[in-house]
Design a protein around this ligand. Structure first.
Ligand code: SF4
Length: 356
């Protein structure tokens, strides 16, 4: 079997940063308990590994003892959550991804100008709940074109759309086109809100999927960007499965399959992808072809709230770097495991998101 390993895949800069925030806190807090509001990132293994190290995840700020340390997850929170944390005298450490913060800032800016905002995204997703909370009176959520007739618009000339960062580019475009048809004066955000990591992972799958008989996406079911990767395969007519780890593999899926595209969502640790590759090679033999579509170099620094806490505890934040572990390690891992592999650079056609 040929395993086509998509690059980029796995951790994005926002996830590296959010995970590192909790790691650094565990380093400096000693016996003091660390609480995290909601899952730090949407991955079952990441959350369980932190639970095993003593971190408590909560869905209500009221469940955090007064005066404790509370981390806001990468998906961001609403101002109401921030205010409640302040009321309870919590030390709030904000691990919101800067690209989610950018969408919050846009919502605040346009709401202050008296504009209405159509937020394209999934109503129940933590990120959308947080963004909507910035200006609930100005924001209406649009999940699908069928929602458009129910929108209440006061002045179509003061109307803008924003989007959740982890949407499918294709699905978002369908909704945006329908919105523009209904409201021709609709304004666009100055730059796309769908983040670079979501875009790059989707572009890689779209570019490689025509060569694959089957697609495996490693990721949790509540991870929006992971689910979107399986949808790209489905739209291409290629069967796909979303799995948390190798234990969910079913050999029956691979009858008559010669090539499998393997990728992972932005919140998935690379060791889980390694586990899947190892299990496939053990069962079916074959080789790994790493397909390099984009070389990602984005990194975010530690958030200001953590840096301040570190300084208060005598730790110089400038001596702490975010711990990053990229695909070079996969090449070394493949060699150590004696798994035949090679790397192929993929040049995108313009229609696939490549440069003209
Ligand atoms: S997927 Fe995008 S928005 Fe979400 S944490 Fe990663 S970089 Fe940030």
């Amino acid at each position: 079997m040929k395993i086509l390993l998509a690059n980029p895949r796995g951790f994005c800069a926002g996830v590296y940063m959010a995970i590192d925030v909790v790691d650094q806190l565990l380093d400096i807090c000693g016996d003091e308990k660390v609480f995290v509001f909601h899952e730090i990132v949407h991955n079952r293994h990441v959350v369980q590994r932190f639970r095993d190290r003593g971190v408590t995840f909560v869905e209500r700020v009221e469940d955090v003892p007064e005066g404790s340390i509370l981390v806001f997850s990468a998906h961001g929170v609403s101002p109401a959550v921030r205010a409640l944390a302040k009321e309870r005298n919590l030390t709030a450490i904000d691990a919101t991804c800067p690209l989610v913060m950018k969408v919050h800032a846009g919502a605040i800016r346009y709401a202050k100008r008296g504009w209405q905002i159509l937020l394209v995204g999934h109503r129940d997703h933590q990120e959308v709940i947080g963004t909507r909370g910035e200006a609930p009176e100005a924001i209406q959520v649009v999940e699908r074109p069928e929602d458009i007739p129910d929108l209440v618009i006061h002045d179509p000339s003061k109307l803008i759309y924003l989007t959740q960062t982890t949407l499918s580019l294709d699905d978002a475009n369908v909704i945006i086109r329908a919105l523009k048809a209904a409201f021709p004066e609709l304004h666009e955000p100055p730059s796309s809100d769908i983040c670079y990591a979501t875009t790059n992972r989707q572009t890689a799958v779209r570019a490689i999927v025509p060569e694959a008989d089957f697609v495996l996406v490693v990721g949790s079911r509540n991870s929006s960007n992971s689910v979107r990767l399986t949808e790209i395969a489905t739209n291409d007519g290629t069967p796909s499965r979303l799995i948390d780890d190798a234990s969910e593999l079913d050999s029956a899926w691979f009858a008559g399959v010669d090539s499998v595209l393997v990728t992972s969502g932005a919140s998935v640790p690379e060791d889980l992808v390694h586990g899947v590759i190892e299990a496939l090679i053990e069962r079916f033999g074959g080789e790994v072809e790493q397909r390099d579509v984009h070389d990602e170099r984005v990194e975010f620094g530690l958030p200001g709230t953590l840096r301040e806490l570190m300084r208060g505890r005598g730790v110089d934040p400038d001596t702490r770097r975010i711990r990053i572990d990229r695909e070079a390690d996969t090449a070394a891992w493949l060699a150590r495991k004696h798994i035949p592999s090679r790397t192929v650079q993929v040049t995108l056609r313009e229609s696939e998101g490549g440069m003209p």
